[in-house]
Design a protein around this ligand. Structure first.
Ligand SMILES: O=C(O)CCC(=O)C(=O)O
Ligand SMILES: [Fe+2]
Length: 294
């Protein structure tokens, strides 16, 4: 299925904002679960980040057609991304989206989706639906109420190019799923009513909003917001990266030690940026709660 025919939807409310409208953008995230902030990154920054994503995520240049790859601790290897930590415009914006004056890095990521890569399963990144103790690294890092998506789609987001789609108004507690669908038992995804309870990958969903962005734009979505990515049907590789921040007062007690790379990253940051990594725990993607095995 090709999604090149999809056009930018006209919604009853504005969801694209300029740099002098960040409060309005945040109000849209609170009301509808998502927003787009235009022109957050300068063109040179976009180019530097694109080069960095290619270099860090695909260092051996061994990704084949149709492949996609996600790096889950991108900032530790991307000095290009460190520059954002010094960018007052960037920080002013994130303070509003995170609703806190003092921020720390929660987690970062970068993704390459080659031409031919498949659609994602619809999901919420939030792991707070269950009150069970965390079983995976995502359970540890994605439990708070800070925004889940603070993404830059560095080659643009649009349906034909594997762009992002969200379900409007899906960010509220006790959201029942789209009309005609049922949430999966763990609430991480949804499926057509009467069907098998496994995550859905189609794009015929009430409330679906395909996002159209230019390379310097930031996409913001709330912790619960359900989202997916279209298949990449263009001949251009899709590059994206995200820097997830949280209020510094939100402590995370990680069950894994900082990795060598995480510690090297923290040690390499200059003194004035150390507050941004206070309580940065990195990630151990392999970590599992001991009694969650087998
Ligand atoms: O690839 C994308 O556009 C979205 C990725 C995503 O939702 C995730 O990694 O959780
Ligand atoms: Fe996600």
């Amino acid at each position: 299925m090709d999604y090149a025919h999809l056009t930018k939807p006209k919604l009853a409310y504005r969801y694209e904002f300029e740099l002098d409208e960040v409060e309005e953008a945040q109000a849209c995230v609170e009301a509808h679960g998502f927003a787009i902030l235009k022109r957050v990154l300068q063109p040179e920054m976009v180019e530097a980040l694109k080069a960095s994503v290619m270099e860090v995520v695909n260092p051996n240049n061994d990704m084949g057609p149709g492949q996609s790859r996600t790096h889950t601790y991108f900032i530790e290897q991307s000095p290009a991304l460190w520059r954002l930590l010094e960018d007052e415009t960037f920080l002013r914006v994130q303070r509003i989206f995170c609703q806190a004056e003092e921020l720390t890095i929660n987690r970062t990521a970068a993704i390459i989706r080659n031409p031919g890569s498949a659609a994602l399963v619809w999901h919420s990144d939030w792991r707070g639906f269950s009150t069970e103790p965390p079983r995976t690294a995502n359970d540890v890092l994605n439990r708070g109420l800070w925004p889940s998506g603070l993404w830059f789609y560095l080659t643009g987001s649009y349906p034909a190019h594997g762009g992002l789609a969200v379900i409007e108004d899906s960010h509220v507690p006790d959201w029942p799923g789209p009309e005609g669908f049922e949430l999966t038992p763990d609430k991480s995804s949804f499926y057509p009513k009467g069907g098998e309870p496994k995550g859905y990958t189609g794009f015929d969903i009430p409330g679906l909003v395909p996002l159209f962005t230019d390379p310097g734009d930031e996409i913001i979505f709330a912790h619960r917001t359900y989202h997916s990515a279209f298949p990449n049907r263009t001949d251009q590789v899709r590059l994206s990266c995200g820097i997830g921040l949280r209020a510094r007062s939100e402590r995370i007690d990680a069950p894994w030690p900082r990795s060598t790379l995480a510690q090297q990253f923290v040690d390499a940051l200059p003194a004035h940026l150390q507050p941004m990594v206070e309580n940065y725990v990195g990630i151990d993607p392999q970590w599992r709660r001991a009694d969650a095995m087998g």
